[in-house]
Structure formats: C-alpha cells, structure tokens
Design a protein around this ligand. Structure first.
Ligand SMILES: [Fe+2]
Ligand SMILES: [Fe+2]
Length: 408
C-alpha cells in the first residue's frame, strides 16, 4: 500500500466511539500509585534501576571498565534523569490539553477522555516524583534557557501538532519500557512503576494516534509538510536527554567524554532505533515522516542509516537477484505494534514476475498471533503487508509477503 493511499484510508469508529471505549477502559484499569506501589519495600543493592542493556554506555569500553556498583549507580542516575524529564513532559502535555479543552464541547466523550488522561498524567507525576525520592536522588532540573523553552511549548502544541508531540513524547518511552519491564535484573519497584505507566499510556497513545489519523486527512498540504518535518526535532531532544552529562557526572564519570562515547555507541543506536520503530512506522503509515524529519531522526540515530549496513544486495548474476535484510523492525498485528528483529530474504520470481520475500521474526508476540496472521511489517523506514505463516521450533515466527518488501 502506498503512503498516500494509507493516509487517505478510512479511520473506522468515530472519535466519540474511540473516546467512549477509552473511558470504559480507564474505569476498568487505572492505578493510584500512592497505594499501588509498595514504596516501603527495600531496594535490592545488587539490582539495576534500568536494565544494563538500556543504560546509555552499555557495550562500550567505558562501561566494561566500570565496576558493577558503578554500573548500577549510573542506571540509577539515568532513571532519575528520565523520570525528571517525564514530569516536565507530562506537565507540558497537561497544559496543552487543558488549553485545548477551553474551546471544546464539555459534553463530548473526547473532552471527557482528555480530562481523564490529564488525571492519569497527574498521578504519573506524583509516581515519578515519589520514585525519585525513594531512589534517594535529586531530580535533574532544566537550566534557565531550557525552562524558557519548556514554558513556551504548551502554547505551540495545538491541533495536529499537539497529538504528534504527544506521540513523540509518549511512544519512545513506552516502547522502551515495554522492552524493559520484565527484565529480571531490574529493581521490582521500577518494574511495577513501568507496568503501571505502560498500561495507562497505551490508552493515551491510542487517543493521540486516532487524533492524528483523523486530522491528517483534512490537513492543508503546507500544514501537513510543516508537521511532517517538524517532528524530527524530537530526535535532537531525545539525543540531548539520553546523553545529558548530569547523570554521568553524578555517577562519578567525565560527563563530556561519557556523552561522546554514548553518542557513538552502535549498541546504543540499536536501542534507540528499536525504541523509535513503532512511532516511525506510524508516521510513515499516515504520511507524516517528511524528508527533513527522516534526516533528523537518522542523524540522531533513531532511524537506521539510509543504506542500512545490514541490508545486502547480492550479486544478481551469482545470487539470482536475491536481497536480504537483517535488523530491527516493527510488526503491527490487530492495531498493536511489536518491536522485533527480522531476517528477510526475497527474490523476483521469473514465473509470476513478482517479488517474493520471506524470513524469520524474533521477538515476543501475542499468544494468538497466528490466529490473526495478517500483519504490517516496517523495517528500515518502509512498510509492507505481511503474513505470519508458522511458529518455529525455536520459538520464532515465519513471515512472508508478496510485492514490494519492507526493505530497500
Ligand atoms: Fe504518563
Ligand atoms: Fe501519557
């Protein structure tokens, strides 16, 4: 399916119906972190506060030179940095939502859900603040010039830009938290916090994605180009946040040197690419990944480089026009995105004249994935329709597609 045909595709239920479903979901499952987290439980001195593989220096010589206690301390400081940024972000989002509601219909389900979301975010801010306190750390405060910018953002986030900004702020954290929360190396308190956050954010993301899908169809061309390219600034913001020198210094490292090492780490790039993959797939799907944005996300290592090092183009004469791709991808099944790794190969069939591709999906999928085998696979910035064909003995999935493959 082409990008433009997807952007113009029917959006299904009305905004009101989507909001009604989310409101009912909120009644069924919401948390009060003040009582839903055991704040008095002792922290395990030998456990990490972020899974080691998600700490920014993991996989570098600098990381290997650190003692386990130093590594744990850096994970604690990086978690505090993320929680602090989470609080500012949720504050910005709530301000923008509240301004938007000033002019909205107070009787509509969409207004009621936006208010419910604000309530969730308010409780998340309490949860993050309590967590920082419980971790015995100081929150990371923005500098004066950063505060000026932060104060301006709620005024700028309006209409479609509000929903895209919400997705940029929510989805990258969300997909990383989904990958992290079951890690046995992680402090149980942090696991619980992430589980609570992921549950409630899933509804926020659905609400924002629905908002984007609806608006994108009616957006004037220029406005659409603006939103489609402006979102790339998110890459600069996240690169700044994820390599902020403050946590390094607090963990006793040289802040500048650690930032330089983290920004060049191939493992770190992979973590960022897998964290951004679900949102990248969505922005591609709705036609909001403009060329400038793509370049910015790529430059900040949230998208693989243009010619992915893992894409190999076989010698046509020797390999019979075979192409392969190995790397991160996003598999969408029944409207849910799953970050996976794939190994794919394809060839042009001389009999039917079409491109056939197939391969293996590594990653956790829902138990009933094979009963809903139709999927959308996005890899290396391209999306294609795919079909899960079987579960392998090694616990992976086989996948196949016909036509343009999801890799260059
Ligand atoms: Fe939140
Ligand atoms: Fe949220």
């Amino acid at each position: 399916m082409t990008r433009s045909s997807q952007a113009g595709a029917a959006v299904g239920p009305t905004r009101d119906a989507v909001s009604d479903r989310l409101l009912r979901g909120s009644v069924r499952k919401s948390y009060a972190p003040v009582v839903d987290i055991d704040w008095d439980a002792a922290l395990d001195p030998d456990k990490f506060f972020l899974p080691p593989t998600v700490v920014s220096l993991y996989g570098t010589p600098m990381w290997d030179a650190m003692t386990r206690q130093q590594q744990i301390e850096l994970s604690r400081q990086e978690l505090v940095n993320t929680l602090s940024a989470g609080i500012w972000f949720e504050n910005i989002l709530n301000q923008a939502l509240l301004r938007d509601l000033m002019h909205a219909d107070p009787t509509s389900n969409a207004t009621h859900y936006a208010l419910t979301e604000m309530g969730d975010e308010t409780r998340h801010m309490v949860m993050f603040g309590k967590a920082i306190e419980r971790l015995g750390a100081k929150p990371v405060q923005p500098r004066r010039y950063q505060r000026v910018m932060i104060n301006g953002l709620p005024l700028a986030f309006k209409g479609s830009l509000l929903w895209v900004a919400a997705l940029v702020g929510e989805e990258i954290f969300d997909s990383l938290q989904r990958q992290m929360m079951d890690d046995p190396e992680l402090q149980p308190m942090v696991q619980r916090l992430m589980r609570i956050h992921v549950t409630e954010e899933a509804r926020h993301i659905q609400f924002a994605r629905d908002g984007v899908r609806r608006r994108v169809r009616e957006m004037p061309r220029l406005h659409r180009m603006w939103v489609a390219n402006l979102n790339g600034v998110g890459g600069l913001f996240f690169r700044f946040l994820f390599t902020n020198p403050v946590p390094y210094r607090r963990a006793g490292l040289d802040g500048r040197e650690a930032r330089r090492v983290a920004r060049r780490s191939p493992h770190r790039h992979e973590v960022q690419i897998s964290g951004f993959a679900p949102l990248a797939a969505f922005l591609e799907e709705v036609g909001l990944m403009g060329p400038l944005a793509r370049r910015l996300w790529r430059r900040t290592n949230f998208l693989p480089v243009a010619t992915s090092p893992t894409v190999s183009h076989g010698d046509p004469a020797a390999a019979g026009d075979h192409e392969t791709y190995e790397g991160p991808a996003v598999l969408r099944i029944a409207d849910e995105d799953h970050a996976v790794r794939v190994r794919l190969a394809g060839h042009l069939d001389p009999i039917d004249g079409r491109f056939h591709w197939r391969g293996t999906v590594h990653g956790r999928l829902p138990d009933d994935a094979l009963r809903r085998p139709e999927a959308l696979l996005t890899a290396n910035g391209r999306t294609a329709a795919a079909r899960l064909t079987e579960r392998t003995q090694q616990g992976d999935y086989s996948i196949a597609g016909l036509g343009t493959p999801p890799f260059a």
